[in-house]
Design a protein around this ligand. Structure first.
Ligand SMILES: Cc1cc2nc3c(=O)[nH]c(=O)nc-3n(C[C@H](O)[C@H](O)[C@H](O)COP(=O)(O)OP(=O)(O)OC[C@H]3O[C@@H](n4cnc5c(N)ncnc54)[C@H](O)[C@@H]3O)c2cc1C
Length: 456
């Protein structure tokens, strides 16, 4: 393999392999047997030809920030570290698109696009580290999905190396394309189980002129949920619509007292963007709606510094949750359920019940605007009973989402962690079809094995 990528870009040293055994999930780790860092599609193709012949499992990896264990080489074999394929190949604003290698970090692309007055909207909180290949492979999103949707809406075309080394191109720079099955969409969310993405054509759009941020406080979850409905019914689509429940508010105030969030039951953070006049009009309308629908406090601003300040509580809530109780740790599992927007209040109530029933603290925050919640489960790692309860709590959270007509993952993907819910969510016939698709692309089952429950 080192002949293909050069000796500097291949390793089997345990101290390096160890680094590739991990992702943020503490319960899922496995060492690969080797790691290679290809630079071009041809190298990926030659590598896959070789490992396919020898039946060696391959796990593609970007930044390894996936929250479902997708990048863990659970069956050993080869890790393809794609982070060295990090070139922005073309910025083609005539066609509102860019062509990138998969290792480009999302924030780096947006920094470049900003110079031209454009941006790529999907915005995971991990945008400063995560790669575009990883984001596409997972089908991720972020806080602004309520208006701008997820990465699925922005991928126009892909270059993919298949398990036998064959290279295919899907889609292209056109907005319209009506030529049979949409293979581009098939690869989005496939988490490295169908092939390795080596080039991506992404749609980009002009930056909005300005934004406003509205912070509102409610004493009652149902009342807040009703206010959200009224905002949508009035034809306003916020760019972001975030929720922090009481546990999240407390966590933020403990972590950074100077943020000083109102200690109410629910806080909503709402952002609108667009032209100056529109944004002001929408912010005023949202404030009015919230006040006349039970908000006990509303604050809004279109001053950029103040907007950033208003976002601060939401931005730090993940870290704050991890530090809410001394000796407790966040396990990053069970954190991505998504329900129809009208069911968010039921989901929050259900999660609280699960937390109380098992006496395991859960800090609740997320994207109320698209129904995606991130309940952060906290356990005392020294308590055996917490470890024993953990799977129960996680199962119950996922079951709750499915009972409410939702999904076990809105943006973090399936990986190892959620593989066991695939059949429950998709049904046995759809799973059978997915397994057959997997066999077509990867007959020997070498591509990221052990993920998505595709191997039954
Ligand atoms: C603090 C934190 C906050 C996060 N916030 C969000 C959020 O708001 N929204 C969100 O969607 N996600 C979020 N995530 C999850 C994660 O960052 C995203 O899923 C991210 O897009 C993964 O990118 P990555 O480069 O780290 O991919 P990796 O973790 O390396 O890989 C992810 C999956 O894609 C596959 N893969 C990677 N590259 C390729 C390729 N070139 N070809 C084929 N398959 C490939 C891997 O095998 C794996 O299955 C967060 C993670 C952390 C740690």
């Amino acid at each position: 393999m080192s002949k293909i990528v050069g000796p500097k870009n291949a390793t089997a040293e345990p101290s390096e392999l160890y680094l590739y055994s991990m992702t943020p999930l503490i319960r899922y780790q496995h060492m690969p047997d080797a790691v290679v860092r290809p630079k071009v599609t041809e190298q990926v193709s030659a590598l896959l030809k070789l490992v396919n012949e020898k039946n060696i499992p391959v796990t593609p990896r970007g930044a390894g920030s996936n929250m479902a264990g997708g990048a863990v080489p659970i069956k050993g074999g080869l890790v393809l570290d794609m982070s060295s394929m990090d070139k922005i190949l073309e910025i083609d604003l005539n066609n509102h698109c860019v062509v990138v290698q998969p290792g480009v970090v999302l924030a780096v692309l947006n920094e470049e696009l900003r110079k031209h007055g454009f941006f790529f909207p999907p915005d995971p909180s991990s945008n400063k580290v995560c790669t575009l290949g990883g984001l596409v492979a997972v089908g991720g999103g972020g806080a602004h999905a309520v208006k701008y949707s997820t990465v699925r809406e922005y991928v126009l075309g892909l270059t993919v190396v298949l398990s036998n080394g064959n290279v295919i191109k899907t889609g292209g720079k056109t907005i319209k394309r009506a030529t049979g099955y949409n293979l581009t969409q098939l690869f989005i969310g496939s988490e490295g189980t169908l092939g390795v993405i080596t080039e991506i054509i992404l749609k980009v759009i002009p930056l909005p002129e300005t934004r406003s941020v509205i912070k509102t406080a409610f004493n009652d979850l149902e009342v807040a949920a009703r206010a959200v409905n009224v905002i949508f019914k009035n034809g306003i689509i916020p760019a972001a619509l975030e929720i922090l429940d009481n546990s999240a508010i407390k966590a933020v105030n403990k972590y950074k007292p100077q943020i000083n969030l109102p200690e109410v039951n629910v806080m909503l953070l709402i952002e609108v963007d667009g032209s100056k006049d529109d944004v002001r009009r929408q912010a005023q309308a949202i404030s009015q709606i919230c006040l006349s629908h039970g908000a006990v406090d509303v604050e809004w601003s279109d001053n950029e510094m103040k907007c950033a300040e208003l976002w601060e509580g939401r931005n730090v809530v993940g870290v704050a949750a991890s530090r809410l109780i001394e000796t407790y740790s966040r396990v990053y599992e069970g954190e991505d359920i998504t329900v129809p927007i009208s069911k968010v209040a039921d989901a929050v109530r259900g999660i609280k019940k699960i937390s109380e029933k098992h006496n395991i603290p859960i800090v609740i925050f997320g994207h109320i605007g698209d129904g995606n919640l991130h309940p952060a489960i906290l356990i005392d790692k020294k308590k055996n009973e917490h470890w024993k309860l953990l799977d129960k709590v996680i199962d119950e959270i996922h079951e709750l989402a499915l009972d409410l007509g939702g999904t076990v993952s809105g943006e973090h993907g399936i990986g190892i962690l959620r593989a066991k819910y695939m059949e429950r969510e998709n049904g046995p016939i759809a799973m059978d079809i997915m397994r057959k698709i997997k066999k077509v692309f990867d007959p020997k089952g070498i591509m990221n094995p052990g993920k998505l429950d595709l191997e039954a």
